[in-house]
Design a binder for this molecule. Structure first.
Ligand SMILES: Nc1nc2c(c(=O)[nH]1)N[C@H]1C(S)=C(S)[C@@H](COP(=O)(O)OP(=O)(O)OC[C@H]3O[C@@H](n4cnc5c(=O)[nH]c(N)nc54)[C@H](O)[C@@H]3O)O[C@H]1N2
Ligand SMILES: Nc1nc2c(c(=O)[nH]1)N[C@H]1C(S)=C(S)[C@@H](COP(=O)(O)OP(=O)(O)OC[C@H]3O[C@@H](n4cnc5c(=O)[nH]c(N)nc54)[C@H](O)[C@@H]3O)O[C@H]1N2
Ligand SMILES: [Mo]
Length: 671
């Protein structure tokens, strides 16, 4: 991102036209970054709560007073009978930068002996699925897509959540490759594809097993590749035999003839590219779904050629020296709390999290009062009068409303950072373009200051941000050869030291224990799980919960609105106006029997909670599925609620991830 600065003030942000992947393009949201940075509501000084918790009334205080108060409260809790594990950090994707996201903060909490947070809320199911299959969360290079002769966009709304991929897809299309979207919603991406396959949510593993069934039955396989580089072909053939197209049709809602057709085209393609993404892993069997899909290019040998293979992420290629930056060795043995069970952790410690009650919560880079599942329970927890809550933020979010102390944090324009990508292979250095707005401070500096106040007198608490960046790069692995701070300073970004074309598994070289693509996984067997790819029905489905499915027959998907980045940017007026108001897209065949007419107000509800939305009656969703573009702040909704009132704290099969879209609801007219 290039920032134009005039008289110390940022006036314009633009993509870097030289960048090989992003090519001068910024998405709809980040284009508004200047507006967001100088927003009239930007937090510019520390605040202390006045009056009742949650009312959102605060008074300004000095940094000294704020830090003193936090240090005193945390010290008191750490020294009490409950000990430092009663303190819980809570952070995620506000910035995914290494310095402001996972450096000084980790050192601080490790030295303190606080509870650890298992950061599962986004990608862990799929990440573990990839690890168990190809050995790490890496995959095909998207820059190869123009050489591909078939592109599957599987569980991803590319034009919204990954728009920089699109030019590569268009180039493949121009050269004749069909583009297929597999998604319960006819997203703006699916509308631009050659075909839309409206799969029933949570059934992708069955669809992939159906494809395998046909590939094996028709011998559309690369036998040589399988013999050299895979483990468990015979067992996988037997498993796939259990999924004939007719059975798969019954599970997925996709015609048997479509299963056969897609399989044959996939099998006959030279180099099919599968962009699988995180949407489809937010279900009970999400980890296995990704694992099953990840087996496909090893059956057909597409890994051999540019444009072939599967990509969930490229993140594990960025081998920064995290151990040196985060220093987990400084932590005593402590409990770990899964971030998606925040509601339980705050309200019923006996219900699974164990250890002392959480008495202090330090939130940064996250807005759990909007994004965490089971919002009713999360808010109950945040409302506890005996909970001391600190929030580091740019804005007075739903979460900040529940804070005792709010601290103003710097934005991307104001601080140093180092970024990986999860869709391409370029490292980015973030240099401050402007001084901090108001009295804002970088997260890293806030934790340095708090550490000093609390007597965490350790040399690691004194490293500055540039030192942290150097540490991450210097101790990094092979892929960071030649990627230095100095080189990054010159032009802002650098390709990892990976070859071009980057064909990670053209000659095997899988990062699994066997060195092969593991169709059969001993590690999964050791965990007591099915060692082979398998289909697990959603928790909330007629198969597993028939009574629930009768009472709540519709599956709610609450994936991001085009204008929002999770819950970030919801308060930027022009973007929120474009998103209108909380909406629910419902198929005409589901709307009619419920007397729901376009534009009317509806109540979306289940046993966990409810929220109001305006109905949009369209056939852009499959029957039985409804879509609530998200993630709204409660305070911008007429009823103060959002879709996460209905989502659950259950975990995926692998990686303990969330099941946001494994969520049955009923919808009724509210007017
Ligand atoms: N504009 C915008 N961009 C973003 C974000 C944002 O909030 N806004 N968030 C960023 C983040 S943190 C992430 S993790 C990524 C997420 O981006 P993606 O990985 O693309 O994931 P989602 O947006 O959750 O869901 C993508 C699609 O999956 C579909 N889907 C849901 N369930 C299923 C299923 O069972 N099977 C199949 N085949 N499809 C299913 C949804 O309908 C949706 O259209 O995007 C990043 N980019
Ligand atoms: N229903 C439903 N729930 C979801 C999802 C969904 O699709 N549907 N998506 C899930 C996914 S994929 C993810 S990744 C999570 C994301 O959830 P979060 O990680 O909570 O991400 P955001 O909602 O973007 O909130 C991030 C906050 O961090 C702040 N922030 C940004 N930069 C900085 C900084 O440098 N310092 C500090 N102190 N603060 C900063 C922003 O102002 C913002 O309020 O939500 C999950 N929740
Ligand atoms: Mo995410």
């Amino acid at each position: 991102m290039l920032v134009t600065v005039e008289n110390g003030r940022a006036t314009r942000v633009a993509g870097d036209p030289e960048h090989p992947f992003t090519q001068g393009f910024l998405c709809a949201k980040v284009n508004r970054y200047v507006e967001r940075t100088y927003h009239a509501d930007r937090l510019t000084q520390p605040l202390r709560r006045v009056g009742a918790k949650g009312r959102g009334a605060f008074e300004p205080i000095s940094w000294d007073d704020a830090l003193d108060e936090i240090a005193a409260r945390l010290t008191e809790i750490a020294r009490s009978a409950h000990g430092p594990q009663a303190i819980l950090p809570y952070s995620y994707a506000g910035t995914m930068g290494l310095v402001q996201g996972a450096s000084m903060d980790r050192r601080f909490f490790h030295l303190l002996g606080a509870s650890k947070l298992d950061r599962t809320i986004c990608s862990m199911a799929g990440t573990v699925g990839m690890r168990m299959t190809v050995g790490a969360n890496i995959g095909a290079d998207a820059e190869g897509i123009p050489d591909s002769d078939l592109v599957l966009l599987w569980g991803t709304n590319t034009l919204t959540s990954n728009p920089h991929l699109w030019p590569f897809v268009l180039e493949a299309k121009r050269k004749g490759a069909p583009i297929i979207a597999i998604d319960p919603l006819r997203t703006r991406t699916a509308q631009q594809c050659d075909e839309w396959i409206p799969i029933r949510p949570g059934t992708d593993a069955a669809f992939a097993l159906g494809l395998m069934h046909v590939l094996f039955a028709d011998e559309l396989v690369d036998q040589d590749y399988m013999e050299r580089y895979t483990l468990g072909e015979a067992e996988l053939r037997a498993r796939a035999a259990e999924y004939p197209p007719e059975r798969v049709a019954g599970i997925t809602g996709i015609a048997a003839s479509t299963v056969v057709d897609v399989a044959r085209r996939y099998g006959r393609a030279r180099a099919a590219f599968i962009r699988v993404n995180y949407g489809l892993q937010r279900h009970a069997g999400g980890g296995m779904a990704v694992r099953t899909i990840a087996c496909l290019p090893a059956i057909t040998g597409h890994w051999r050629r540019a444009g072939g293979g599967v990509q969930l992420s490229t993140s594990a290629n960025f081998t920064f020296d995290r151990a040196t930056v985060e220093r987990p060795d400084l932590s005593p043995p402590v409990r770990t709390i899964n971030m998606i069970r925040l509601g339980e952790a705050l309200t019923r410690p006996d219900a699974g999290v164990g250890g002392p009650p959480v008495r202090a919560l330090v939130v940064y880079n996250s807005n759990p009062a909007a994004v965490a599942p089971d919002r009713t329970m999360v808010l109950t927890g945040l409302a506890r009068s005996d909970l001391f809550t600190v929030v580091l933020e740019h804005f007075q979010t739903d979460t900040a409303d529940w804070a005792d102390i709010v601290l103003p944090a710097t934005t991307q324009l104001e601080h140093w950072d180092l970024h990986l990508s999860y869709g391409h292979h370029y490292v980015a250095l973030n240099q401050p373009a402007i001084p901090p707005v108001g009295d804002a401070k970088p997260n890293s500096e806030i934790f340095r200051l708090l550490g000093a106040r609390m007597g965490l007198d350790h040399a690691v608490m004194r490293d500055d941000d540039q030192t942290l960046i150097r540490q991450a790069l210097e101790g990094g692995g092979r892929n960071l050869n030649g990627v230095t701070f100095e080189a990054l300073l010159e032009r802002g970004w650098m390709r990892l030291a990976v070859p071009r074309p980057y064909l990670p598994f053209a000659h095997g070289g899988f990062l699994t224990p066997s060195g092969r693509c593991e169709f059969v996984s001993e590690r999964l067997a050791d965990m007591g799980l099915d060692p082979l790819p398998t289909y697990t029905p959603p928790y909330e489905s007629p198969e597993r919960a028939p009574e629930l499915a009768q009472r709540f027959p519709l599956t709610l998907i609450s994936s991001p609105a085009h204008q929002f980045l999770n819950s970030t940017f919801v308060n930027v007026d022009v973007l929120r106006r474009a998103a209108r108001e909380p909406e629910l897209v419902i198929h005409p065949a589901d709307a009619a029997p419920r007397d729901i007419v376009p534009g009317s107000r509806v109540l979306v509800h289940n046993d966990r909670g409810e929220f109001l939305a305006i109905a949009r009656v369209e056939d852009g969703v499959r029957e039985g599925t409804v879509w609530a573009p998200s993630i709204w702040w409660g305070k911008f909704a007429a009823d103060g609620r959002n879709a996460n009132h209905t989502t659950s704290q259950r975990e995926t099969d692998l990686g303990h991830g969330p099941v946001f879209y494994d969520n049955l609801v009923e919808v009724t007219p509210a007017d």
